[in-house]
Design a protein around this ligand. Sequence first.
Ligand SMILES: *Cc1c(COP(=O)(O)O)cnc(C)c1O
Length: 373
Amino acid sequence: MKPPIPVNEPLLNGNEKKYVTECIESGWISSEGPFVRKFEASMADYANRKHGVAVCNGTAALELAVAALDLPPGSEVLVPSFTIISCVLAIVRRGCVPVLVDSDPVTWNMDAAQLESKITPRTKAVMIVHIYGLPTDVDPVLEIAGRYGLKVIEDASEMIGQYYKDRPCGSFGDISTFSFYANKHVTTGEGGMVLTDDDALAERCSLLRNLFFVPNRRYVHDELGFNFRMTNLQAAIGLAQIERLSELTERKREIGRHYTELLSDLPELQLPLTSAPYADNVYWVYGIVLHEEANLDAPELQARLVDEGIATRPFFWPMHEQPVFVRAGLFRGESYPVAERLARRGFYIPSGMALTAEQRIRVAETLRSAIRA
Ligand SMILES: *Cc1c(COP(=O)(O)O)cnc(C)c1O
Protein backbone atom coordinates (compact mmCIF):
# COMPACT_ATOMS: atom_id res chain seq x y z
CA MET A 1 0.00 0.00 0.00
CA LYS A 2 1.16 3.56 -0.78
CA PRO A 3 2.31 5.72 2.17
CA PRO A 4 -0.55 7.60 3.85
CA ILE A 5 -1.05 11.29 3.05
CA PRO A 6 -1.38 13.35 6.25
CA VAL A 7 -3.95 16.11 6.46
CA ASN A 8 -1.20 18.63 7.24
CA GLU A 9 2.58 18.88 7.21
CA PRO A 10 4.37 22.22 7.72
CA LEU A 11 7.31 23.53 5.68
CA LEU A 12 10.20 24.61 7.91
CA ASN A 13 12.93 25.03 5.35
CA GLY A 14 13.80 28.74 5.68
CA ASN A 15 15.68 30.31 8.58
CA GLU A 16 13.73 28.34 11.21
CA LYS A 17 16.64 26.09 12.22
CA LYS A 18 19.16 28.94 12.20
CA TYR A 19 17.05 31.16 14.47
CA VAL A 20 16.15 28.35 16.89
CA THR A 21 19.85 27.47 17.10
CA GLU A 22 20.54 31.12 17.97
CA CYS A 23 18.07 30.85 20.87
CA ILE A 24 19.79 27.76 22.19
CA GLU A 25 23.31 29.10 21.77
CA SER A 26 22.44 32.41 23.42
CA GLY A 27 20.41 30.79 26.20
CA TRP A 28 17.36 32.97 25.41
CA ILE A 29 14.59 30.39 25.36
CA SER A 30 11.91 32.12 27.48
CA SER A 31 9.53 34.91 26.49
CA GLU A 32 12.19 37.49 27.38
CA GLY A 33 14.25 36.75 24.25
CA PRO A 34 14.64 39.18 21.32
CA PHE A 35 12.73 37.16 18.69
CA VAL A 36 9.42 37.82 20.44
CA ARG A 37 9.64 41.58 19.81
CA LYS A 38 10.87 41.02 16.26
CA PHE A 39 8.06 38.61 15.45
CA GLU A 40 5.47 40.98 16.94
CA ALA A 41 6.87 43.86 14.89
CA SER A 42 6.88 41.89 11.64
CA MET A 43 3.29 40.70 12.09
CA ALA A 44 2.14 44.25 12.93
CA ASP A 45 4.02 45.48 9.88
CA TYR A 46 2.35 42.98 7.53
CA ALA A 47 -1.12 43.95 8.79
CA ASN A 48 -0.46 47.72 8.98
CA ARG A 49 -1.14 47.64 12.71
CA LYS A 50 0.64 49.67 15.36
CA HIS A 51 1.03 46.95 18.00
CA GLY A 52 1.48 43.17 18.20
CA VAL A 53 1.30 41.13 21.40
CA ALA A 54 2.44 37.52 20.99
CA VAL A 55 0.77 34.79 23.04
CA CYS A 56 0.96 31.03 23.48
CA ASN A 57 -1.89 30.04 21.10
CA GLY A 58 -4.82 31.37 19.07
CA THR A 59 -7.40 30.52 21.72
CA ALA A 60 -5.40 32.58 24.24
CA ALA A 61 -5.30 35.42 21.70
CA LEU A 62 -9.10 35.44 21.57
CA GLU A 63 -9.41 35.30 25.36
CA LEU A 64 -6.94 38.16 25.63
CA ALA A 65 -8.77 40.22 23.00
CA VAL A 66 -12.16 39.87 24.69
CA ALA A 67 -10.68 40.48 28.15
CA ALA A 68 -8.79 43.56 26.93
CA LEU A 69 -12.01 45.16 25.61
CA ASP A 70 -13.42 44.96 29.14
CA LEU A 71 -17.05 44.62 28.03
CA PRO A 72 -19.61 44.89 30.85
CA PRO A 73 -20.77 41.46 32.14
CA GLY A 74 -23.83 40.26 30.23
CA SER A 75 -22.83 42.09 27.05
CA GLU A 76 -24.00 40.32 23.92
CA VAL A 77 -21.37 39.52 21.31
CA LEU A 78 -22.35 38.53 17.76
CA VAL A 79 -20.39 35.56 16.43
CA PRO A 80 -20.94 32.95 13.69
CA SER A 81 -22.28 29.53 14.74
CA PHE A 82 -20.00 27.91 12.16
CA THR A 83 -16.62 28.44 13.82
CA ILE A 84 -14.17 26.92 16.29
CA ILE A 85 -15.15 26.83 19.96
CA SER A 86 -12.26 29.17 20.88
CA CYS A 87 -14.34 32.15 19.69
CA VAL A 88 -17.34 31.39 21.86
CA LEU A 89 -15.42 30.26 24.93
CA ALA A 90 -13.53 33.57 24.95
CA ILE A 91 -16.92 35.32 25.14
CA VAL A 92 -18.45 33.01 27.75
CA ARG A 93 -15.35 32.97 30.00
CA ARG A 94 -15.60 36.75 30.27
CA GLY A 95 -19.22 36.61 31.47
CA CYS A 96 -20.57 37.81 28.13
CA VAL A 97 -23.32 36.25 26.03
CA PRO A 98 -22.62 34.82 22.56
CA VAL A 99 -25.36 35.59 20.03
CA LEU A 100 -25.06 33.37 16.98
CA VAL A 101 -25.40 34.25 13.31
CA ASP A 102 -25.73 31.75 10.45
CA SER A 103 -23.31 31.54 7.55
CA ASP A 104 -23.54 32.13 3.84
CA PRO A 105 -23.92 28.77 2.05
CA VAL A 106 -21.36 29.63 -0.63
CA THR A 107 -18.60 31.54 1.23
CA TRP A 108 -19.18 29.65 4.53
CA ASN A 109 -18.61 32.97 6.38
CA MET A 110 -20.99 34.81 8.70
CA ASP A 111 -23.87 36.25 6.65
CA ALA A 112 -23.72 40.00 7.26
CA ALA A 113 -27.34 40.35 6.04
CA GLN A 114 -28.52 38.50 9.17
CA LEU A 115 -26.52 40.61 11.64
CA GLU A 116 -28.82 43.54 12.21
CA SER A 117 -31.81 41.43 13.23
CA LYS A 118 -29.70 40.00 16.07
CA ILE A 119 -28.82 43.37 17.61
CA THR A 120 -30.42 44.33 20.95
CA PRO A 121 -29.68 47.15 23.41
CA ARG A 122 -27.25 44.73 25.13
CA THR A 123 -25.17 44.06 21.99
CA LYS A 124 -21.69 45.47 22.54
CA ALA A 125 -19.42 43.71 20.06
CA VAL A 126 -19.18 41.58 16.95
CA MET A 127 -16.58 38.90 16.27
CA ILE A 128 -15.63 38.46 12.62
CA VAL A 129 -14.17 35.01 11.92
CA HIS A 130 -12.75 34.42 8.46
CA ILE A 131 -13.37 30.80 7.48
CA TYR A 132 -11.09 28.38 5.60
CA GLY A 133 -9.46 30.80 3.14
CA LEU A 134 -11.99 33.35 1.93
CA PRO A 135 -12.45 36.41 4.17
CA THR A 136 -15.78 37.50 5.58
CA ASP A 137 -17.30 40.39 3.63
CA VAL A 138 -15.91 42.87 6.15
CA ASP A 139 -17.23 46.26 4.96
CA PRO A 140 -20.94 45.59 5.64
CA VAL A 141 -20.05 44.29 9.11
CA LEU A 142 -17.94 47.37 9.87
CA GLU A 143 -20.74 49.61 8.63
CA ILE A 144 -23.30 48.00 10.96
CA ALA A 145 -20.80 47.98 13.87
CA GLY A 146 -20.16 51.68 13.32
CA ARG A 147 -23.86 52.51 13.20
CA TYR A 148 -24.60 50.66 16.47
CA GLY A 149 -21.34 51.56 18.25
CA LEU A 150 -20.17 47.94 18.50
CA LYS A 151 -16.59 46.91 19.22
CA VAL A 152 -15.12 44.68 16.51
CA ILE A 153 -12.88 41.67 17.11
CA GLU A 154 -11.41 40.03 14.01
CA ASP A 155 -10.23 36.41 14.19
CA ALA A 156 -7.77 36.21 11.28
CA SER A 157 -6.25 32.86 12.33
CA GLU A 158 -6.97 31.27 8.97
CA MET A 159 -6.04 34.33 6.88
CA ILE A 160 -2.40 35.14 7.60
CA GLY A 161 -1.16 36.95 4.48
CA GLN A 162 -4.66 37.16 2.97
CA TYR A 163 -6.24 40.47 1.87
CA TYR A 164 -9.78 41.82 1.89
CA LYS A 165 -9.94 44.26 -1.04
CA ASP A 166 -6.55 45.99 -0.69
CA ARG A 167 -6.41 45.71 3.13
CA PRO A 168 -4.64 42.91 5.00
CA CYS A 169 -6.68 40.53 7.14
CA GLY A 170 -5.72 41.29 10.71
CA SER A 171 -6.16 45.04 10.18
CA PHE A 172 -9.91 45.30 10.88
CA GLY A 173 -11.78 46.57 13.89
CA ASP A 174 -10.52 47.29 17.39
CA ILE A 175 -8.42 44.17 17.76
CA SER A 176 -7.42 41.22 15.58
CA THR A 177 -6.20 37.76 16.55
CA PHE A 178 -4.09 35.05 14.95
CA SER A 179 -3.20 31.42 15.63
CA PHE A 180 0.14 29.90 14.63
CA TYR A 181 -0.81 26.29 15.28
CA ALA A 182 1.05 23.77 13.10
CA ASN A 183 -1.68 23.68 10.47
CA LYS A 184 -1.91 27.46 10.04
CA HIS A 185 0.01 28.77 7.06
CA VAL A 186 2.40 30.65 9.34
CA THR A 187 3.23 28.41 12.26
CA THR A 188 5.22 28.43 15.48
CA GLY A 189 4.01 24.95 16.49
CA GLU A 190 1.75 26.50 19.10
CA GLY A 191 1.33 30.26 19.16
CA GLY A 192 -0.91 33.25 18.67
CA MET A 193 -0.99 37.04 18.52
CA VAL A 194 -3.26 40.02 18.93
CA LEU A 195 -2.82 43.13 16.81
CA THR A 196 -4.30 46.56 17.47
CA ASP A 197 -3.76 50.24 16.64
CA ASP A 198 -4.98 51.36 20.06
CA ASP A 199 -2.15 52.19 22.49
CA ALA A 200 -4.25 51.63 25.63
CA LEU A 201 -5.62 48.31 24.35
CA ALA A 202 -2.10 47.12 23.47
CA GLU A 203 -0.88 48.06 26.96
CA ARG A 204 -3.80 46.15 28.53
CA CYS A 205 -3.01 43.11 26.37
CA SER A 206 0.64 43.12 27.50
CA LEU A 207 -0.40 43.34 31.14
CA LEU A 208 -3.10 40.67 30.82
CA ARG A 209 -0.68 38.36 29.01
CA ASN A 210 1.82 38.54 31.85
CA LEU A 211 -0.23 38.09 35.05
CA PHE A 212 -1.01 41.81 35.18
CA PHE A 213 2.23 42.70 36.96
CA VAL A 214 1.98 46.47 37.42
CA PRO A 215 4.82 48.15 35.50
CA ASN A 216 6.70 49.76 38.35
CA ARG A 217 6.35 47.12 41.06
CA ARG A 218 6.73 43.43 40.20
CA TYR A 219 4.51 41.03 42.20
CA VAL A 220 1.84 43.69 42.57
CA HIS A 221 -1.27 43.04 40.48
CA ASP A 222 -4.20 45.32 39.60
CA GLU A 223 -6.34 42.71 37.86
CA LEU A 224 -6.52 38.95 37.26
CA GLY A 225 -4.28 38.30 34.30
CA PHE A 226 -3.15 35.20 32.44
CA ASN A 227 0.18 33.61 31.71
CA PHE A 228 -0.19 33.57 27.93
CA ARG A 229 3.47 34.34 27.09
CA MET A 230 5.08 33.08 23.86
CA THR A 231 8.63 31.72 24.10
CA ASN A 232 11.61 33.02 22.15
CA LEU A 233 11.90 29.57 20.53
CA GLN A 234 8.38 29.85 19.11
CA ALA A 235 8.93 33.43 17.96
CA ALA A 236 12.20 32.41 16.26
CA ILE A 237 10.27 29.94 14.10
CA GLY A 238 7.53 32.52 13.50
CA LEU A 239 9.97 35.17 12.31
CA ALA A 240 11.53 32.74 9.83
CA GLN A 241 8.03 31.91 8.57
CA ILE A 242 6.95 35.54 8.20
CA GLU A 243 10.04 36.30 6.13
CA ARG A 244 8.53 34.00 3.49
CA LEU A 245 4.90 35.03 3.90
CA SER A 246 4.18 35.70 0.24
CA GLU A 247 5.85 32.43 -0.79
CA LEU A 248 3.72 30.54 1.75
CA THR A 249 0.43 32.12 0.67
CA GLU A 250 1.30 31.59 -2.99
CA ARG A 251 1.92 27.92 -2.24
CA LYS A 252 -1.49 27.63 -0.56
CA ARG A 253 -3.12 29.20 -3.60
CA GLU A 254 -1.30 26.83 -5.92
CA ILE A 255 -2.51 23.82 -3.90
CA GLY A 256 -6.09 25.13 -3.97
CA ARG A 257 -6.08 25.94 -7.68
CA HIS A 258 -4.70 22.50 -8.48
CA TYR A 259 -7.39 20.73 -6.44
CA THR A 260 -10.11 22.83 -8.10
CA GLU A 261 -8.76 21.89 -11.53
CA LEU A 262 -8.73 18.20 -10.54
CA LEU A 263 -12.19 18.12 -8.90
CA SER A 264 -14.37 20.67 -10.70
CA ASP A 265 -16.04 18.12 -12.97
CA LEU A 266 -17.50 16.17 -10.02
CA PRO A 267 -21.18 17.19 -9.74
CA GLU A 268 -21.42 15.59 -6.29
CA LEU A 269 -19.13 18.21 -4.75
CA GLN A 270 -19.39 21.85 -3.80
CA LEU A 271 -15.83 23.21 -3.90
CA PRO A 272 -14.46 26.30 -2.15
CA LEU A 273 -15.29 29.54 -3.93
CA THR A 274 -12.30 30.48 -6.10
CA SER A 275 -12.82 34.17 -5.51
CA ALA A 276 -15.32 36.73 -4.30
CA PRO A 277 -15.51 40.37 -5.46
CA TYR A 278 -13.34 41.28 -2.45
CA ALA A 279 -10.72 38.48 -2.36
CA ASP A 280 -9.16 35.47 -4.02
CA ASN A 281 -9.29 32.33 -1.90
CA VAL A 282 -6.05 31.51 -0.05
CA TYR A 283 -7.31 27.94 0.70
CA TRP A 284 -6.08 27.69 4.29
CA VAL A 285 -7.71 24.28 4.06
CA TYR A 286 -9.37 22.79 1.00
CA GLY A 287 -12.92 22.12 2.12
CA ILE A 288 -15.50 20.18 0.15
CA VAL A 289 -19.24 19.84 0.73
CA LEU A 290 -21.22 16.86 -0.56
CA HIS A 291 -24.40 17.82 -2.37
CA GLU A 292 -27.58 16.04 -1.28
CA GLU A 293 -27.66 14.23 -4.64
CA ALA A 294 -24.55 12.28 -3.64
CA ASN A 295 -25.55 8.96 -2.21
CA LEU A 296 -23.43 9.25 0.92
CA ASP A 297 -22.67 11.71 3.71
CA ALA A 298 -19.34 13.18 4.77
CA PRO A 299 -18.37 10.61 7.48
CA GLU A 300 -19.02 7.74 5.04
CA LEU A 301 -16.83 9.28 2.35
CA GLN A 302 -14.14 10.16 4.89
CA ALA A 303 -14.06 6.54 6.07
CA ARG A 304 -13.53 5.35 2.50
CA LEU A 305 -10.65 7.81 2.08
CA VAL A 306 -8.96 6.76 5.32
CA ASP A 307 -9.05 3.16 4.07
CA GLU A 308 -7.01 4.37 1.10
CA GLY A 309 -4.52 6.24 3.28
CA ILE A 310 -5.94 9.73 2.79
CA ALA A 311 -6.39 11.68 6.03
CA THR A 312 -9.25 14.19 6.30
CA ARG A 313 -10.80 16.38 9.00
CA PRO A 314 -14.47 17.18 9.51
CA PHE A 315 -15.78 20.73 9.25
CA PHE A 316 -16.54 22.72 12.40
CA TRP A 317 -19.50 21.55 14.46
CA PRO A 318 -21.96 24.43 15.02
CA MET A 319 -21.79 26.24 18.35
CA HIS A 320 -25.55 25.87 19.01
CA GLU A 321 -25.15 22.08 18.83
CA GLN A 322 -22.18 21.85 21.22
CA PRO A 323 -23.02 19.57 24.17
CA VAL A 324 -21.25 21.89 26.61
CA PHE A 325 -23.38 24.89 25.60
CA VAL A 326 -26.62 22.95 25.23
CA ARG A 327 -26.19 21.63 28.79
CA ALA A 328 -25.61 25.18 30.00
CA GLY A 329 -28.96 26.17 28.45
CA LEU A 330 -27.46 28.36 25.73
CA PHE A 331 -29.01 28.72 22.25
CA ARG A 332 -32.16 26.81 23.28
CA GLY A 333 -34.44 26.09 20.31
CA GLU A 334 -32.17 27.96 17.91
CA SER A 335 -31.41 26.62 14.45
CA TYR A 336 -28.83 27.71 11.90
CA PRO A 337 -29.51 25.57 8.83
CA VAL A 338 -26.42 26.52 6.83
CA ALA A 339 -24.04 25.78 9.72
CA GLU A 340 -25.87 22.50 10.38
CA ARG A 341 -25.60 21.39 6.78
CA LEU A 342 -21.92 22.34 6.43
CA ALA A 343 -21.10 20.38 9.58
CA ARG A 344 -22.81 17.25 8.27
CA ARG A 345 -21.83 17.34 4.61
CA GLY A 346 -18.43 19.05 4.69
CA PHE A 347 -14.86 18.03 5.43
CA TYR A 348 -11.41 18.99 4.27
CA ILE A 349 -8.78 17.03 2.42
CA PRO A 350 -4.97 17.17 2.86
CA SER A 351 -4.01 20.85 2.50
CA GLY A 352 -0.65 21.30 4.27
CA MET A 353 2.25 23.38 3.00
CA ALA A 354 4.39 20.32 2.23
CA LEU A 355 1.75 18.64 0.02
CA THR A 356 3.20 17.74 -3.41
CA ALA A 357 1.46 17.80 -6.81
CA GLU A 358 1.66 13.99 -6.98
CA GLN A 359 -0.07 13.73 -3.61
CA ARG A 360 -2.83 16.12 -4.78
CA ILE A 361 -3.41 13.97 -7.86
CA ARG A 362 -3.63 10.84 -5.72
CA VAL A 363 -6.07 12.53 -3.32
CA ALA A 364 -8.28 13.65 -6.22
CA GLU A 365 -8.26 10.25 -7.94
CA THR A 366 -9.03 8.44 -4.70
CA LEU A 367 -11.82 10.89 -3.95
CA ARG A 368 -13.31 10.40 -7.41
CA SER A 369 -13.44 6.61 -7.12
CA ALA A 370 -14.60 6.72 -3.47
CA ILE A 371 -17.61 8.90 -4.39
CA ARG A 372 -18.57 6.66 -7.27
CA ALA A 373 -17.91 3.35 -5.45
C1 LIG B 1 -6.95 27.60 14.76
C2 LIG B 1 -7.97 28.59 15.09
C3 LIG B 1 -8.11 29.10 16.40
C4 LIG B 1 -7.44 28.49 17.59
O1 LIG B 1 -6.09 28.54 17.57
P1 LIG B 1 -5.22 27.61 18.56
O2 LIG B 1 -3.85 28.14 18.32
O3 LIG B 1 -5.38 26.20 18.11
O4 LIG B 1 -5.68 27.84 19.95
C5 LIG B 1 -9.01 30.14 16.60
N1 LIG B 1 -9.76 30.61 15.60
C6 LIG B 1 -9.69 30.11 14.36
C7 LIG B 1 -10.57 30.70 13.31
C8 LIG B 1 -8.81 29.08 14.06
O5 LIG B 1 -8.76 28.58 12.82
